[in-house]
Design a protein around this ligand. Structure first.
Ligand code: BG6
Length: 490
């Protein structure tokens, strides 16, 4: 199979930090289809070789195991091309079309267009409408073409709908691939395997057996060099509207009838539509926002958010969100789902904890800890099933907590495929399962909007938390109201 992958924003952060390393890994693993060309487009003038040198230098920042040798890079670089484009100029899109449809030998393909052309928009989202409209205007929207859109997709429901409207004018739903890189993480795909590839859990995956579910995406890093972007965005838009809600849909969805993309996405959409809508009262009660102050992370002093580069003085942007919601259907009625994410927290740790109910009638002395299943997403990728066991030390013995611990990195002797590598290969192959459909994305915005409104009307800004902690104490208090605790406190 032959392909052309066009990276709009070809000199930007996302391209050299994530996409090129992922493409190189795919190449190294022999997964990238052989007859492929990767074309970076950006504003400035460069030759193909200058661009290859630029990428070669950037690979120095990649962790050593994932860095190409000179020999590997020169093979990979044969697929790399560069083209200057002013995204406002229609004739530049016409030139791009010629490059794709009438390649000359110098462009790495002797003749004829590739089987598929993927336009990856790794640009600022305000350019998406313009790029999509121009691609459509020059006919670069035929059935062989797909467009990949990176988040953030909109700032609120109206802006997301506007982007979708413009994208839809040129591309069908199946041609528009919205990336949520969490869906590409191996651990998230394993969640589907756990639930729908095993008969064991499904009968107990419901309100009768489950007391609460906790989804945590904690980061120990701060906003780094992205202060200006982050300050306009905040944790709710950056992490909750997309990554955390996607995880929630994977946990809560009904079994799809097939593994087809739309069968899965229909079920995810139903979950989003079943989430309890927020009101002004429930925002005040069930959502906690925080902002980090100076503290210590991993033994190193860390500045407060307001001291980070490019963050405006007095900013009220949240760097932490914890919230409580419910999925209003027969399977989940009354089961709290707690979501939590933040920057500069105590650890980099993403996990989903399914806390089961207590045994209905305890017969052993001492405390009987309820079972829990911990789905570890990162940094480890694994599963822990916490059980109670008898040591056999005597009669009338109290039970001891033990755990079954599965580390997928050890269980599989092959290197696990990274999120962007997986998603780029899926985009090239046209596999849509792990991309977000426009109705899912809009529904997620619809659900978070009352939170944005509640905060806008709230004279109190975010609550302070020390860098290196687990967020404001109000987050633990919210969970404690239901008689639960966040998993790291157990
Ligand atoms: C991105 C957010 O979508 O996800 C970042 O914009 C965040 O702020 C990142 O740091 C987290 O991704 P990962 O894969 O490192 O957990």
């Amino acid at each position: 199979m032959s392909f052309d992958l066009v990276l709009f924003g070809g000199t930007g952060d996302l391209t050299w930090r994530k996409l090129m390393p992922a493409l190189f890994q795919a190449f190294r693993h022999g997964k990238l289809p052989e007859h492929g060309r990767i074309l970076a487009v950006a504003r400035d003038e460069r030759t193909h070789d200058q661009y290859r040198d630029f990428i070669r230098e950037r690979f120095a920042n990649v962790e050593s195991a994932k860095r190409p040798t000179d020999e590997e890079f020169s093979q990979f670089a044969r697929m790399l091309f560069y083209r200057r484009m002013d995204l406002a100029q229609p004739e530049h899109y016409a030139g791009l079309r010629r490059w794709i449809e009438q390649p000359s030998g110098e462009d790495g393909r002797a003749s004829g267009p590739a089987d598929t052309a993927v336009m990856f928009l790794a640009t600022s989202p305000h350019l998406f409408p313009q790029i999509c409209a121009q691609l459509g205007a020059v006919g670069l929207n035929g059935p062989r073409v797909r467009v990949v859109l990176e988040k953030p997709l909109g700032h609120d429901l109206a802006s997301a709908q506007e982007i979708n409207r413009v994208v839809r004018a040129s591309f069908s739903e199946d041609q528009a691939l919205r990336i949520d890189h969490y869906l590409g993480k191996p651990a998230v795909q394993n969640l589907m395997a756990l639930r729908f590839g095993n008969a064991l859990f499904e009968p107990i995956w419901r309100r009768e057996s489950i007391a609460n579910i906790q989804i945590t995406i904690a980061e120990s890093i701060g906003v780094g060099t992205r202060g200006d972007f982050y300050d306009r965005t905040g944790a709710l838009r950056d992490m909750v509207q997309n990554h955390a809600l996607q995880l929630l849909t994977m946990i809560a969805m009904e079994p799809p009838s097939t593994s087809d993309a739309d069968a899965i996405r229909d079920e995810k959409l139903k979950v989003l539509k079943s989430l309890r809508p927020f009101t002004a009262e429930s925002v005040a009660r069930d959502v906690v926002r925080g902002q980090y102050k100076a503290g210590t992370v991993d033994g190193t002093p860390a500045p407060g958010y307001l001291d980070e580069a490019k963050v405006p003085a007095g900013s009220r942007t949240e760097t932490f969100v914890a919230l409580r919601t419910e999925v209003q259907n027969w399977r989940w009625a009354g089961v709290p789902f707690y979501l939590r994410t933040g920057k500069r927290l105590a650890a980099r740790d993403a996990q989903i904890v399914v806390n089961f109910r207590e045994v209905p009638h305890p017969i052993f002395p001492g405390a009987n800890q309820p079972n829990k299943l911990v789905i570890k997403l990162q940094p480890e990728d694994g599963l822990e099933l916490h059980l109670m066991a008898a040591k056999g030390a005597g009669s009338n013995e109290s039970l001891t907590p033990v755990k079954l611990d599965l580390d997928f990195d050890k269980a599989f002797d092959t290197e696990r495929v990274g999120a962007y590598e997986k998603l780029l290969l899926d985009a090239i192959a046209g596999r849509l399962n792990l991309f977000v459909r426009s109705d899912e994305q809009e529904q997620a915005w619809r659900w978070v909007e009352p939170i944005l409104k509640g905060w806008a009307d709230d004279p109190n800004g975010p609550r302070a938390y020390a860098a290196g902690s687990w967020g404001p104490p109000a987050s633990s208090a919210m969970v404690a109201r239901d008689g639960h605790v966040w998993d790291e406190e157990q």
